[in-house]
Design a protein around this ligand. Structure first.
Ligand SMILES: NC(=O)c1ccc[n+]([C@@H]2O[C@H](COP(=O)([O-])OP(=O)(O)OC[C@H]3O[C@@H](n4cnc5c(N)ncnc54)[C@H](OP(=O)(O)O)[C@@H]3O)[C@@H](O)[C@H]2O)c1
Length: 288
């Protein structure tokens, strides 16, 4: 059995990896106390003592707006430390799996982005993740980068939980001109395990897009959430559309976040479910 380390324990994707982990895999989950990404030596010492053959990195600095002020911290966690881990993997013949983001793109393309499209991040967070992709693949070509988008889970800080928290408001202004795929952390985790089990795993390294099927806007995502929780929250807020340019945030977001997942399907036979179906599953898991 291969020795696997998941970096991250309590984040959306890390906790979903734990919940979906096949029994046949032996996995060690390392939280911030075991391996603080701001302390490179602690992380590398931990890897040295555990000697994993596969490392899945679910740690990230994900506070996209705060990253504009905390650039160095964001770079350390999202770029530098993953770079060192990748180098460790290269020396120790381990495979590195990293999650990345739709925010590596500027959103100016019409239609779906594929893996070879030029990146041009608009934010510090996006740049830190884009630079991590390049650094990781440079240090250890035996790496997988799974780009995902608009991640939500039953708990954690995400759009779904924000909408549920605000369900008693009379009106909410929601952005209408950003398009992407809301993606359930549990689907990312299940897809990751399926890839690890696949006989293609260990071949065809590189970047893959890993998001739900189907695409929507934030306002339509909110509409769908309120429709699906109508039994519990019958009084839904009025949803008023606003444009990205009217909604001031420190970090700029891409208008088009649509990622083409053909490569993932053609390589591993793995496809995430349709986003509305996954939302149903997530709400069922959350409330029952
Ligand atoms: N969230 C999204 O919408 C989104 C979209 C696209 C791509 N992604 C990517 O998907 C991956 C997983 O994201 P997620 O949504 O699961 O993120 P998340 O819920 O914000 O979790 C991030 C994890 O990183 C840990 N962490 C942060 N700083 C750390 C440090 N210095 N040392 C050790 N651990 C640290 C956090 O630990 P604590 O629990 O101790 O704080 C947390 O467990 C990331 O690579 C992210 O860039 C996310």
């Amino acid at each position: 059995m291969k020795k696997i380390v998941v970096l991250g324990k309590n984040g959306q994707v890390a906790s979903a990896l734990k919940r979906t982990q096949p029994e046949s895999f032996g996995v060690v989950y390392l939280g911030r106390d075991d391996a603080d990404f701001e302390n490179k030596n602690q992380v590398l010492d931990k890897l040295q003592s555990l000697q994993p053959q596969i490392i899945i990195n679910a740690v990230a600095y994900t506070a996209v707006d705060k990253a504009e002020e905390e650039k160095l911290k964001c770079y350390k966690i999202n770029t530098e430390t993953p770079g060192y881990i990748s180098k460790w993997c290269q020396k120790n013949k381990a495979i590195f799996i990293q999650y990345s983001t739709d925010y590596v793109f500027d959103g100016q393309k019409e239609g779906l982005y594929n893996e070879v499209d030029l990146t041009n991040p608009l934010s510090v967070y996006g740049k830190s993740k884009r630079d991590a992709e390049a650094l990781i693949l440079q240090e250890n070509p035996s790496s997988y980068i799974f780009r995902t988008s608009w991640v939500y889970d039953e708990s954690g800080k995400n759009f779904l939980n924000t909408m549920i928290k605000l369900a008693d408001k009379d009106e909410l202004k929601i952005v209408t001109d950003q398009t992407g795929s809301p993606t359930y952390a549990l689907d990312i985790a299940s897809a990751t395990w399926r890839i690890l089990k696949s006989d293609k795993f260990g071949l065809s390294f590189g970047i893959y897009h890993m998001v739900s099927q189907g695409r929507t806007t934030w306002i339509n995502f909110a509409e769908e959430i309120f429709e699906q929780i109508a039994d519990r929250y019958p009084k839904t807020p009025k949803l008023s559309p606003i444009l990205t340019k009217e909604y001031q945030t420190a970090a700029q977001r891409p208008l088009n976040s649509q990622l083409d997942t053909t490569k993932l399907y053609e390589t591993f036979g793995v496809q995430l479910p349709y986003w509305k179906d996954s939302l149903k599953v997530c709400l069922k898991n959350k409330f029952f």
